[in-house]
Design a protein around this ligand. Structure first.
Ligand code: NAD
Length: 296
């Protein structure tokens, strides 16, 4: 028996095809009970059938991660069915509409921030207290992105949310460790999903002018992006990788080792900037004491 067997995982955005479903299936194969929350009821039905055919115990709940009350309702249903919650996978997320600073309007920003950032916050706020109630191991797995490691041009809103998710994961990793809750953050590059069509779940009233056909350049950007995504990893492989890395207690979970050099370039640029600050006479009086707060 492995450490996951008989435990319960909640996966947001676990509809039948994307990364969430890949993780749910991989965890289900480890013997976990699976709770899937998603805004798309059709995909949930397909997901339930697929998982039940694999012999996995599954509960599906239609919900919107941007609504705190819907998280609570999902938690209640999960506890009624399975008794306890051990693992949360904050996976639901949307791609931002490609655009420069000027092109990205308030509606674009709000939607991406609400789903990708507030969705993760609400999920964690709801599930962590429930994990603390039992003395068994807990896990929080946040799905960020390679965009959480390197800023992506014309994707400022998406990048902002994914950098935030990496930062929150680092913060919670330290904070929740004494409570026997292990935090991980998944940072994939391209995975073959429908992320490029995220607008499919977007209410019409919050669609921006550009999305409603007001900007022809969006179509060609979407086509280009689709080609890259179509060459991405399979969600199934990502799911198996998450099982492997969580089993190894990894904080940062990478799926694309080929991006190591790109991320290292960023680290080097940061280190070089520190070296210049060290050389600056303006900063010679800065003391070391407050560093301890960060160095846990
Ligand atoms: N596909 C990639 O290349 C890639 C790369 C890095 C990170 N990611 C991240 O992976 C996660 C999953 O995305 P994916 O690629 O599987 O895309 P996807 O579009 O296939 O899956 C997203 C799922 O989230 C659901 N969802 C969307 N809004 C929701 C809401 N408000 N409430 C509840 N459910 C909602 C959708 O119905 C869908 O099932 C996202 O956080 C995304 O940012 C994806």
């Amino acid at each position: 028996m492995n450490q996951f067997s008989g435990k319960t995982v909640v996966v947001s955005g676990g509809g039948a095809e994307g990364i969430g479903f890949g993780i749910a299936r991989a965890m289900g194969k480890q013997g976990m009970n699976v709770v899937l929350g998603d805004i798309d009821n059709k995909q949930l039905d397909i997901a339930r059938t697929k998982l039940e055919n694999d012999g996995i115990e599954v509960l599906t709940v239609q919900m919107d991660v941007t609504q705190l009350a819907q998280w609570q309702s999902l938690a209640d249903k999960a506890i009624t069915r399975f008794g306890q919650i051990h693992m949360l996978v904050n996976n639901a997320g949307v791609g931002s509409i490609p655009g420069t600073v000027e092109q990205t309007d308030d509606k674009d920003w709000r939607w991406v921030l609400d789903v990708n950032l507030m969705g993760v916050i609400y999920g964690t706020q709801t599930m962590v207290p429930l994990m603390k109630q039992h003395d068994e191991q807990g896990w929080v797995i946040n799905v960020a992105s390679m965009a959480g490691m390197i800023g992506v041009p014309t994707a400022g809103a998406y990048t902002a949310t994914k950098v935030a998710v990496v930062g929150m994961s680092e913060s919670w990793y330290v904070e929740l460790k004494p409570h026997n809750i292990q935090v991980s953050v998944l940072c994939p590059a391209f995975v073959k999903t429908r992320i490029n069509l995220s607008g499919r779940n977007k209410p019409d009233e919050i669609k921006s002018h550009r999305e409603k056909g007001g900007d022809a350049s969006l179509l060609s950007a979407a086509k280009h992006m689709q080609k890259v995504i179509d060459n991405g990893l399979s969600p199934e492989l990502v799911g198996e990788r998450v099982v492997e890395a969580v089993g190894n207690k990894e904080l940062y979970i990478f799926t694309h080792p080929n991006y190591r050099k790109v991320v290292n370039k960023r680290f080097q640029a940061i280190d070089d900037a520190f070296a210049r600050a060290e050389q600056s006479e303006l900063l010679s009086s800065v003391l070391d004491e407050d560093v301890a707060l960060y160095a846990k």
